[in-house]
Design a binder for this molecule. Structure first.
Ligand code: MN
Length: 227
């Protein structure tokens, strides 16, 4: 069942992470990139699809340079409510560490633009995108309209090699368009390191500075006997 793996890895009496509920947003096409300081720092790309957030852990984070192909390891689907989660996962728990909403917005599937049919000359068929089928086929083209990331991107699944997690390794690549960059302006993860939700740094989120875990706290059923 959807979100079973997410559920099995967590104790929801012991984490502020959202419960495993399958539902869609009003828009139906949210995306979020979490910056996650777990055992190692990585970026989790999450795309809303069929009532869950399809998720890939990108160790080096996204690059605007189309020549920099970034490993993206598919991980368990996350619930939609996770899109807004920012806070600290306590030590000893699965994914322990600080989670930041590094970017968010809408995503739009695009046809995979494979071999052009007929004499059209590379024309991309409109309305042909079926993201779930594209995921199964191992090539998902999409456009991001986020606060930091824009334009065309592609996720391409790698063929299995010995030692790979079974079918989990993909590459995240920026398409060559007006939003591509690289070289002189530097790495987007360095130029724009902070949260688009709170404006905070990882250190501020870890310290809960400003008294705001915001809506990551306040599920309404936590123990009230805090000092
Ligand atoms: Mn993660």
């Amino acid at each position: 069942m959807a979100l079973d793996e997410y559920r099995s890895k967590r104790d929801f009496s012991d984490t502020r992470e959202p419960r495993p509920e399958v539902k869609s947003s009003a828009a139906g096409n949210l995306f979020v990139i979490h910056k996650h300081a777990a055992r190692t720092l990585h970026y989790d790309l999450r795309l809303e699809m069929d009532g869950v957030l399809k998720s890939w852990a990108v160790p080096k984070g996204p690059s605007l340079d189309p020549d920099k192909k970034r490993l993206a390891v598919q991980v368990e689907d996350h619930p939609l409510d996770y899109a807004d989660f920012e806070g600290a996962i306590p030590d000893g728990r699965y994914g322990a560490g600080t989670v930041m909403v590094w970017d968010r917005g809408r995503w739009f599937p695009e046809s995979d633009g494979g071999a052009p049919e007929g004499e059209g000359g590379g024309r991309i068929a409109e309305g042909a995108a079926d993201p779930a089928a594209s995921c199964r086929a191992g090539k998902l083209r999409f456009r991001l309209e986020g606060e930091k990331l824009h334009g065309g991107w592609v996720l391409v699944r790698l063929r299995n090699r010995p030692g790979d997690r079974d079918g989990k390794n993909w590459l995240l690549i920026k398409e060559r368009d007006g939003e591509a960059g690289g070289g002189a302006e530097g790495d987007i993860t360095v130029r724009a390191p902070n949260s688009v939700k709170s404006g905070w740094t990882m250190e501020q989120i870890a310290d809960e500075r400003g008294g705001a875990l915001g809506d990551a706290r306040g599920t309404g059923d936590e123990d009230e006997r805090r000092d």
